[in-house]
Write a protein that binds this ligand. Structure first.
Ligand code: AMP
Length: 633
């Protein structure tokens, strides 16, 4: 098939195109209207259609391949490995659904999942989907305050968690952070369901906390039929960082998401039923939702859930998994590959990787060195794909399942079917020509699978994403990009204050707010600075109230430790800046706006740019001095 024609059809006749794609999944009742775009930018896909994500991911496969592996949960932290067939997965999901129902959870209720990478987390997600409850998975690396703001926004009826996660053999207590988050929050959940892994002590709150194992034992024979949902009912909320301190709840539908995932599994990930997919992400991120849990299962594939580091017990661990489970398609992030590149290549060469057909990388820019190295080592195509929590599946890539177009180093690829991607000039709003830098935007309607709205806040959805350009309602990705004459895009970084650390998206505002809560902090600026391993790291510049405490090296080191401790405690280690520097003032415009880009440029050894509006040029030198360990000058 010719990709150009395929793409054109998706853009010119979207209703026909997506109607055909809808046949990839099961519907209890077919839709009456493929697309309702009568209230832009809100798009409704497959209106009137009734389906269910859990049915398509699990039950649908039980008849034809019930005994085949569906979920393989591997933990190198606890040295456990457990494979669930589609039949077994359905049984566990039904038990979990019954457990949740016994705790009062019903259709439309929110269930917050704060769990490590264990099979029970996937059971819970699928069980929510089964009964029409809306899950909100919060990444395990987030701490009390991050968690509390998500609890307050989603107002969950139930929180499902565990005693602890584990990292590099060390237990990371979850329950204790959860208790603190619930204390901080105003929307207290009625019930908390806890998996006890016996990794860390747990205090049980009587009347609120329930034990997973006991409740499961009481529901061993449970049968919970699938609840058929209207295609546009919400399936889940996933919070993501933006430019304000308040994370946005990205809300997704049921039918559109199922169809988009089924299509992307076919055209992008080329997955076939009976094969094995291995995405190394975490269920707390969008990749985990789309390509650990729902996507591969909807395609009838076995999916691997991995808890552990890529280099423990040694750097061969992922490749040993590929060999053992004959993984055909693997999905990871550039940072992980850069970590592996630092290890001796023998670890990779030890295993039979002949089952592997392609490696997909996403989440952050893929540099040429990393791409070339891994491609030579593995001898399979490396397929970059660019997307966002908001879109749920790739915006730019090469759809090898449609046509074997070549990839281009440094480019994630071309616009994916259904996405009307274009570049707009930031100041004029006019469309850019080839090789002209602009903001990557998408014309509405967004294709199936993309966010429906910001949970509970339609206006924020419109204001945040669709109002960047005066007089034009286009969806902004907030990424800079450029397109070559052949339609290949290159992503050039964010237009906003969102940074990307090891493929994890963080809002600098959130980190600044957390640092500001330290008693001795008067002002703070957090910027993302280029890093060879993680792509970017957060760096903080702080003005203290009492400068005597940062007068010498020992004082500065102590304050830095304290401030980092605050971030660890409130937001989690994932958001911890790599360094905190102390400065007497921060570069600002005369109107008081922080010149973050200039700070960032100085950190990266670049020219700070146009400084005509700066209030005091000396502030930039002070940043320089701080960076060079000369803070007193
Ligand atoms: P998230 O919503 O956490 O997935 O982050 C999305 C952001 O990550 C995008 O807006 C980009 O800035 C960046 N990103 C994701 N994938 C890629 C990629 N393949 N190449 C370059 N940047 C990427």
């Amino acid at each position: 098939m010719n990709y150009a024609d395929f793409y054109r059809r998706s853009i010119d006749t979207p209703e026909q195109f997506w109607q055909d794609e809808a046949a990839l999944i099961d519907w209890n009742v077919p839709c009456t209207k493929v697309l309702d775009y009568s209230h832009p930018p809100f798009a409704k896909w497959f209106v009137g259609g009734q389906t269910n994500l859990c049915h398509n991911a699990v039950d649908r496969w039980c008849a034809a391949q019930g005994e085949r592996a569906a979920l393989i949960a591997i933990s190198t932290e606890t040295n456990t490995e457990r494979s669930y067939s589609f039949n077994e997965l359905r049984t566990e999901v039904e038990r979990c659904a019954a457990m949740m129902q016994s705790l009062g959870v019903g259709r439309g209720d929110r269930v917050l999942i704060y769990m490590p990478m264990i099979a029970e987390a996937a059971f819970t997600m699928l069980a929510c989907a089964r009964i029409g409850a809306i899950h909100s998975v919060v990444f395990g690396g987030f701490a009390a305050n991050s968690l509390a703001s998500r609890i307050d926004d989603a107002k969950p009826a139930l929180i499902v968690s565990a005693d602890a996660g584990s990292r590099n053999g060390k237990a990371i207590p979850y329950k204790y952070l959860l208790d603190e988050a619930i204390t901080l929050s105003t929307a207290k959940p009625a019930k908390v369901l806890l998996v006890n892994r016996n990794l860390a002590p747990m205090e049980v709150v009587a009347g609120r906390d329930e034990d997973w194992a006991s409740l499961r034992a009481a529901n061993m024979d449970a049968h919970v039929p699938v609840t058929w949902l209207e295609s546009n009912d919400p399936s889940y909320i996933l919070y993501t960082s933006g430019t304000t301190g308040k994370p946005k709840g990205v809300q997704r539908d049921v039918g559109g998401y199922a169809v988009a995932l089924a299509s992307s599994m076919k055209y992008n990930f080329c997955g076939n039923a009976g094969e094995t997919f291995f995405a190394t992400s975490d269920i707390g991120w969008v990749v985990g939702h789309s390509y650990i849990v729902y996507g591969p299962l909807i395609a009838g594939m076995a999916t691997i859930m991995y808890e552990g580091l890529p280099i423990c017990p040694d750097a061969g661990i992922w490749w040993s998994i590929v060999e053992k489970y004959k993984v055909t398609r693997m999905f990871s992030a550039p940072t992980a590959i850069r970590v592996l590149r630092k290890q001796p290549p023998e670890f990779m060469r030890k295993y039979d990787l002949s089952s592997l057909r392609a490696l997909y990388l996403a989440g952050e820019p893929l540099d040429e060195t990393t791409s070339k190295w891994i491609s030579e080592e593995l001898g399979v195509p490396i397929i970059d794909n660019y997307w966002q929590t908001e879109t749920g599946w790739p915006i730019l890539s090469i759809a090898k399942g449609v046509e074997d177009l070549p990839t281009r180093l440094g480019s994630p690829g071309v616009a994916m079917y259904g996405y009307k991607v274009k570049l707009l000039n930031e100041s004029t709003g006019e469309e850019c020509g080839a090789n002209e830098k602009g903001v990557v935007v998408i014309d509405g309607p967004l294709p199936p699978g993309c966010m429906q709205t910001v949970y509970g806040d339609d206006q924020r959805f419109v204001d945040t994403y669709w109002s960047t350009f005066d007089g034009q309602q286009v969806y902004s990705t907030f990424d800079w990009g450029v397109r070559d004459a052949d339609g290949y895009y290159f992503i050039l970084g964010r237009t906003d204050d969102v940074i990307n650390v090891a493929g994890h998206r963080l809002g600098t505002r959130e980190i600044e707010e957390s640092i500001s809560s330290h008693a001795n902090v008067s002002e703070v600026a957090v910027v993302g600075v280029e890093d060879k391993l993680k792509g970017q790291v957060a760096v903080a510049f702080v003005i203290v109230k009492d400068a005597t405490r940062t007068a010498d090296d020992a004082g500065r080191a102590a304050q830095e430790r304290e401030i980092l401790g605050v971030v660890d405690h409130q937001l989690g280690a994932v958001a911890r800046p790599s360094r905190v520097y102390f400065v007497p003032q921060l570069p600002k415009t005369r109107s008081g706006k922080l010149l973050r880009r200039s700070i960032q440029a100085i950190c990266e050894g670049r020219n700070p740019g146009d400084l005509t509006a700066i209030e005091d040029p000396a502030s930039l030198q002070q940043i320089q001095h701080a960076l060079h360990g000369d803070a007193k000058k």
